[in-house]
Design a protein around this ligand. Structure first.
Ligand SMILES: C[S@@+](CC[C@H](N)C(=O)[O-])C[C@H]1O[C@@H](n2cnc3c(N)ncnc32)[C@H](O)[C@@H]1O
Length: 302
C-alpha cells in the first residue's frame, strides 16, 4: 500500500489533501517577501540561511527570543555563530552574545525606554555599511524582528541599498512571556482571540473593548494609567484580571496581578518597570501557582 503523500499547510496553516499550495502572496513594495508572486511553497528556497553566497556582504535579521538563550531558533543560532558582525539590541539575549566566537565583532545599539542612544537611521546605515564592506551581518533583535521591532524598516533600508537581506523570525515576548507564567493568550471558553498593541500609541479603547478576548500590551508600563483609564471608560469590566509580567525568561521575572480597577495602584506600589508584557483579560487569572506565590495579589480576582 502506498503511503499518503505529505501535503503542505495551506494559507491558514491547514494540512491535508485539500490544502492548496501558497497562492503567491502579494509582496510589500519596500520589504518584499520570501514568496515570489506565483511561486508555490515547494518551489521556494528556504530563507533560513544566508541570502547570498559566502564572500558577499549581506544582512540577516534574527529574532533572539524574549531572554532565555534557549529560545532562539536553531537557524538563528547557527547564523549568529557564522556572522562577521553582530548588531545587537539591549533585549537581544546577552547570554547569546557571550558565547560567540572571539572573531565576531559585536556592536551594541541597545536602547533603553526614553533613551535612544543609537537612532534608527544610524542603525540602518551601520547594517548597510558593514554589508558593503563584505561582512556577513546578523542584526540580532529581541523577540521577533517584525513585531514592534522596526525590522521592516531595516529590511527596506538594506533593499534600497541593494544589500541582500533575509529574516529569521523569533519567539515573541507577546506570547512567550505569558507562557512562562502559565498564561495561554487564547483559551477555550475564556478567550477566542488575542490583540497585541503597543503602549506607546494611544489606542482605540472602544474598539479594543468591543473586540473582547485577550489584550496583550508591549511597551505599556509608562502609560499604564492612561491605557487602563481609557479601557474602563469604554466599558471594560472593572473586575477584569490584569497581569503585568516583568523581565520574562531572564531569571528575574516577576508577576503583578490585580483587577483592572486596582492594577495602576498595585503596579505603582510594586514599582513595576520595563520590560514588561501586560495581559488584560480572563486568561490573566491563570498564572501558575508557583509564579503567583511570588506575585503581589491585588484584591481577589473574580
Ligand atoms: C520594542 S518592543 C520589541 C518586542 C519584540 N520584537 C518581541 O517580539 O518581543 C519591546 C517590548 O517588548 C516587551 N518585552 C520584550 N522582551 C521582554 C521580556 N523578556 N519580558 C517582558 N517584556 C518583554 C516589553 O513590552 C518591551 O517594552
Amino acid at each position: 500500500m502506498q503511503a499518503p503523500r505529505p501535503t503542505s499547510p495551506d494559507a491558514e496553516g491547514r494540512c491535508g489533501a485539500g490544502a492548496a499550495a501558497h497562492p503567491g502572496a502579494a509582496t510589500h513594495p519596500e520589504i518584499g517577501g520570501p514568496f515570489d508572486a506565483g511561486a508555490t511553497t515547494h518551489a521556494r528556497r528556504s530563507s533560513l540561511e544566508w541570502p547570498a553566497p559566502a564572500g558577499v556582504g549581506q544582512v540577516v535579521l534574527v529574532g533572539a527570543g524574549p531572554g532565555d538563550p534557549g529560545l532562539i531558533t536553531v537557524a538563528g543560532q547557527r547564523l549568529l555563530t557564522e556572522a562577521d558582525v553582530v548588531v545587537a539590541d539591549r533585549l537581544a539575549g546577552t547570554a547569546l552574545l557571550r558565547d560567540l566566537p572571539a572573531r565576531v565583532q559585536v556592536i551594541d545599539v541597545g536602547k533603553c525606554p526614553g533613551n535612544h542612544p543609537v537612532p534608527q537611521e544610524v542603525i540602518n546605515q551601520l547594517l548597510v555599511d558593514h554589508a558593503r564592506a563584505g561582512h556577513r551581518v546578523v542584526r540580532l533583535k529581541g523577540g521577533d524582528p517584525f513585531l514592534f521591532g522596526r525590522g521592516g524598516e531595516e529590511v527596506a533600508a538594506c533593499r534600497e541599498a541593494g544589500v541582500p537581506v533575509a529574516v529569521v523570525p523569533g519567539v515573541t515576548s507577546a506570547f512567550a512571556v505569558p507562557a512562562e507564567v502559565g498564561i495561554p493568550v487564547t483559551h477555550r471558553g475564556l478567550a477566542r482571540g488575542v490583540t497585541v498593541v503597543s503602549g506607546h500609541e494611544d489606542p482605540d479603547h472602544e474598539a479594543l473593548v468591543r473586540l473582547g478576548g485577550t489584550l496583550v500590551v508591549l511597551m505599556g508600563v509608562t502609560r499604564l494609567p492612561q491605557l487602563v483609564d481609557g479601557l474602563l471608560q469604554h466599558g471594560l469590566a472593572p473586575g477584569t484580571p490584569v497581569a503585568i509580567l516583568e523581565s520574562g525568561w531572564t531569571g528575574l521575572s516577576r508577576v503583578t496581578r490585580a483587577r483592572a480597577d486596582e492594577i495602576v495602584g498595585t503596579a505603582e506600589r510594586r514599582e513595576v518597570h520595563a520590560p514588561a508584557v501586560i495581559v488584560i483579560g480572563e486568561v490573566a487569572a491563570l498564572a501558575e501557582e508557583r509564579m503567583a506565590a511570588r506575585a503581589e495579589e491585588g484584591p481577589a480576582l473574580p
